[in-house]
Design a protein around this ligand. Structure first.
Ligand code: PHE
Length: 344
């Protein structure tokens, strides 16, 4: 056995190759599962206890010798592969790859969520198919209110002869669900898709996206509403953006207002976007009507709140100057890929 080992050891020491297949043959011969070393270990099992001690050591050293040789040669081959192999030109430029882009509405949505999260608002979601109660009645819509009319709302199903199930026309329905199922204080925003029965054109679509917000607690005032939205606009459009509130009407808020910002395109000096007025409207807002609080089981003598709602398409329009609403849902890659840089 000693003789055999000496012979193999000499062979291993003398072995040298730069070829991958020769090295692999070496590995199979000595280190493979049916290789010489395996055989020697088998043979080792049969020797007497005296010899076991001497041969054990010799055998282990022999194994190490083969492994070291193999690893050394492998290492040199690997480094030669990367530096000298003639088939490989490391000076060639790399393959280009396409970076995906985010949809402008996702960018706007994420930005709005980020701003309100920093103010302690959470994100709430609800179903897009709603019943009359959550979309209208709980929100203090009078029975004959035109917004319930077939022209505005996609009704799906009647209950007891009356239109009941519909595609939600605003995410205020999520506010109702939140108030019904929880206890004040509430501080949340509700982003989501909403549907209105409108003819599709550059300026109107049968679905669009909203972010609404709700803040209900003790002693919430119109001053809180103004300051929250003022801060939001400074974050979204930059310091120094002016705001103004105009009285308005929504069934679910009293008082109600619409908020304008100084035109984000011309800064207020007058342009196409603001129709030369210097102002653009971005949202509706107001103090939650006490009837709405009561409809949702909240004591309106103890709690007050404010709510607001804006269209994401409108916000994106003012940020990226997208003049045709249809672009948002056509999935034209020439349009979408312009927003790549925003993602990085
Ligand atoms: N729900 C209103 C709309 O869809 C927006 C709004 C929300 C207005 C909250 C005031 C308060 O137009």
């Amino acid at each position: 056995m000693q003789n055999k080992i000496d012979q193999y050891a000499a062979e291993i020491k003398a072995f040298a190759t730069a070829k991958a297949d020769e090295l692999e043959a070496f590995r199979i011969k000595f280190l493979g599962t049916k290789g010489i070393i395996k055989d020697l270990f088998e043979e080792f099992k049969t020797v007497g206890p005296e010899e076991k001690r001497t041969f054990g050591k010799v055998l282990n050293e022999f194994k190490k010798l083969a492994e070291t040789k193999y690893n050394e040669l492998k290492e040199t081959q690997n480094s030669e592969l990367t530096t000298q192999n003639s088939d490989l030109d490391l000076t060639l430029p790399g393959d280009g790859f396409n970076v995906g882009s985010r949809h402008p509405l996702s960018l706007v949505r994420n930005e709005i969520i980020d701003i309100f999260k920093r103010l302690g608002f959470v994100v709430a979601e609800g179903p897009e198919i709603e019943d009359d109660w959550h979309n209208f009645s709980a929100l203090n819509f009078p029975e004959e209110h035109p917004a319930r009319d077939m022209q505005d709302t996609f009704f799906i199903k009647k209950n007891n002869g009356k239109d009941d199930i519909a595609l939600r026309t605003h995410t205020s329905s999520v506010q109702v669900r939140m108030m019904e199922h929880g206890k004040p204080p509430f501080r949340a925003i509700m982003p989501g898709r909403v549907y209105r029965n409108e003819a599709i054109s550059a300026r109107a679509h049968c679905f669009f996206h909203q972010v609404e917000g709700l803040y209900v607690d003790e002693n919430v005032s119109f001053a809180d509403l103004k300051q929250t939205l003022y801060h939001f606009v400074q974050e979204l459009y930059g310091e120094g953006t002016k705001v103004r509130f105009r009285p308005s009407y929504f069934p679910f808020t009293e008082p109600s207002a619409e908020m304008d910002v100084s035109c984000t395109i011309c800064g207020g000096s007058g342009c196409n976007m603001c129709k030369y007025s210097g102002w653009v409207e971005i949202l509706g807002c107001g103090m939650v009507d006490p009837n709405v609080l009561e409809n949702c089981g909240i004591d309106s003598n103890k709690f007050t709140g404010f709510a607001f709602g804006m269209g994401m398409e409108r916000i994106a329009n003012l940020k990226y100057v997208i003049r045709d609403l249809r672009l948002f849902s056509e999935n034209d890659s020439r349009f979408l890929k312009q927003f790549t840089a925003e993602m990085l």
